[in-house]
Design a protein around this ligand. Structure first.
Ligand code: GLP
Length: 278
């Protein structure tokens, strides 16, 4: 099985046995995309969910299977106020786990907010939107999902039409992310994030979730009502979404068997489909 991305499918849910299979599946999608579009524009997520995928892509790069030399990347979000080089800044995260391990040109790795501080941040957000447009738009956007259903750092009640902007984190997100810092007090309160509208502009959304802790938000995003109280439910508005999850993250899906059957009985002519064209 290679890529589950199907044109015209509203939300395709791919349930795989474990996080390793999830990582390989998503890496397959990216490898397939790179084979036809070396100058791909990738939207990169941070957090623990895409780590396996990045490790798999790094492994394939070292094996000479994939090259990112012509690729461009736009990160989803970034903390405000962390010192340059702070290991938990998303710029450092992506450098450590992906960009610094493959042949992508560092000048082509973009982080929202850039190096702007204070009053310059708003202009940097507008510039980020312009930079994405100038690059031709994002071809494949990797996404995780927060415990409260956030997408990027779009917290509940974020406008579903929002663009890149400054947001304040909820207490839940700060608590969830405190495990990466020395303590809760060290977790920034403010962030820059692509908006939901920005994310929905990408040609293909790939949402990764693994583990029992993601079962409830995944069910809300896929099967719940479209609501800004669960920003990830906005994926239901997108024409080409692949939700790639392990069995543990699938336990609260009412239609889990339907999704398994769909995948198991997918006709060969539908299994591998071309990514949406630019
Ligand atoms: C963070 C990131 C999100 C990510 C979420 C889930 O808040 N801003 O982009 O999807 O956490 O993180 P994890 O994958 O570690 O569960």
């Amino acid at each position: 099985m290679r890529c589950g991305a199907c044109r015209g499918v509203v939300v395709e849910v791919v349930i795989l046995p474990d996080p390793g299979a999830v990582a390989r599946f998503v890496a397959d999608s990216i490898e397939q995309l790179l084979s036809t579009r070396p100058d791909v524009v990738l939207g990169l997520a941070t957090g623990s969910s895409p780590l396996g995928t990045y490790a798999e892509l790094v492994r394939r790069h070292r094996a000479g299977v994939v090259s990112f030399a012509a690729a461009t990347a736009f990160l989803l979000d970034e903390y405000i106020g962390l010192p340059v080089g702070h290991p938990e800044s998303y710029r450092a995260f992506i450098e450590t786990h992906f960009a610094g391990q493959v042949d992508i040109d560092p000048r082509n790795v973009h982080v929202p907010g850039g190096t702007a501080v204070g009053g310059a941040l708003e202009a940097a957000c507008a510039q980020y939107e312009a930079d994405i447009r100038a690059a031709g738009g994002v071809d494949l956007q990797l996404l995780g999902i927060g415990g409260d259903g956030h997408l990027g750092f779009n917290e509940p009640t974020s406008s579903l039409a929002s663009r890149t902007r400054i947001k304040t984190l909820t207490d839940q997100t700060r608590h969830d992310n405190a495990r990466f810092f020395d303590g809760l007090d060290d977790v920034p309160r403010h962030v820059v994030t692509q908006g939901i509208g920005t994310i929905l502009d990408a040609r293909h959304l790939v949402l990764i979730a693994t583990g029992a802790g993601k079962a409830a938000p995944v069910a809300r995003a896929v099967e719940g009502p479209l609501t800004s109280m669960c920003p990830a439910s906005a994926i239901q508005l997108h024409p080409t979404v692949t939700v790639v999850i392990d069995e543990a993250a699938a336990t609260e899906l009412t239609l889990a068997d339907y999704f398994r059957n769909t995948l198991a009985h997918k006709p060969p002519w539908q299994t591998v489909s071309p990514p949406p064209t630019r």
